[in-house]
Design a protein. Sequence first.
Length: 530
Amino acid sequence: MKRFAALFAALDGTTATNAKVAALAAYFRTAPEADRLWTIALLSGRRPRRSVTATELREWAAEAAGLPPWLFEECYPVVGDLAETIALVLPEPTGANDRTLADWIGFIRARSGRPAAERKAAILDAWAGLPREERFLFNKLITGGFRVGVSQKLMTRALAQATGIDEAELAHRLMGAWTPETVSYHTLLQANEGAGELTRPYPFFLAHPLEDGPEGLGDPAEWFAEWKWDGIRGQLVFRGGELALWSRGEELVTDRFPEFARTRDWLTEGTVIDGEVMAWGGDLPLPFAELQKRIGRKTVPRKLLAEAPAMLVAYDLLEAEGRDLRAEPFAARRARLQAMTAILPAEAPIRLSPEVPFADWTALSTARAGARAARAEGLMLKRRASAYGVGRKRGDWWKWKVDPMTVDAVMVYAQAGHGRRATLYTDFTFAVSDGNDFVPFAKAYSGLTDAEFAEITRWVRANTLERFGPVRRVPPELVFEIAFEGIRPSPRHRSGIALRFPRILRWRRDKPVAEIDTLDSLRALMAAQC
């Protein structure tokens, strides 16, 4: 754990990409293989399952520190992180422990399902043998909340430096449903060709947001445009008679979309299609909310299958007849995809993402204005000559989203943030007017500067009307412009409305509360979107 703690300190102590890569590469060259494997897993989102609840940890830490529970609870929001709070309040260690990272993770996994008294004794013993920095990491691991400011792409770059394996090849090998329990470090890096990896996807190629319009991209003839769909990015993989659907988060979601099982009858062996999984009705996609009903389910009832049938809107062909096509120009891959989808029967749950034709950038801008009518978020622009890359490579793929919808609302509740914002009120609940009442309809916590958050924090502390745990009710006086991507009915909310991706656009110091939007205006906006 000491070696891993030193790595964490090096990564946490710099914002320089090259320094982070160097620290990771040095670690991957010298750490025990089991620790390297778990570090790769942690940095790619594969965390050990939680074996102790947060409530238990709080109670045990307060007891070990000799603090009354209420005092520990007062410390927690000030620090803003449970793992760090526990590491800070516990007394100095009374022993020493030389377990490695892999050993500690094995220790954590072994506690799962054990009686509370046994788990408590084991955790207290672990805390007693760890210095503060290692306690913090241990707490992060045991709560399942381990995160560090290193992307998987950066980690892969460092691993490539340490091993001499090509970065793009490594990125592919690290995809799939592997875990440190099912694969060794050596097997993982030596192509990971086990039977469970037959349907392993390729790393996803991601687009950069286009902020200032496409005029700076050069000749329009070099670019292809299609709608930016609002669904779940996925790869449909068909190899060796096995079919799998992978989400962009490397989650195997095949069982949640049984409609795609039929595609075995029409696809050729060795096919990988990249596209957007959407709920579909007639000739248009259904709102994302319909697809969302299926996302969290392991099995989908027949009624939901009928109400929100899934469709893969295909926009790239990554493999055909077992041959990797990613190095070919996008135009060539698109032509092969078009030919493949053209012969699929009408009942196949795959359709080609249509091209949005344009002669010049002005015409493309006009087309973009019609995105919402097509139930899209905007446009995707892809250089016709571009290969299919790994991760977010700037220059070849761009997403040009439509301008968000906005509403003016008043803040009615505030809550402190987490981490470095633990001492600031940054999480707000907003309301619109409904006659003489204010009806809460959205929460948001991003979009303001640190200086604005600090000013609002002082105002909240001076104007709190009621306290509900960490939440403060405040008078409806501060007006904000809220941006969002979509609006839909929601029986779960008092307003009857739910927003998609709400965020604070600006603080409307110029606008009085009497001029904020109303619940009726939100309903009218919602009706226009349906």
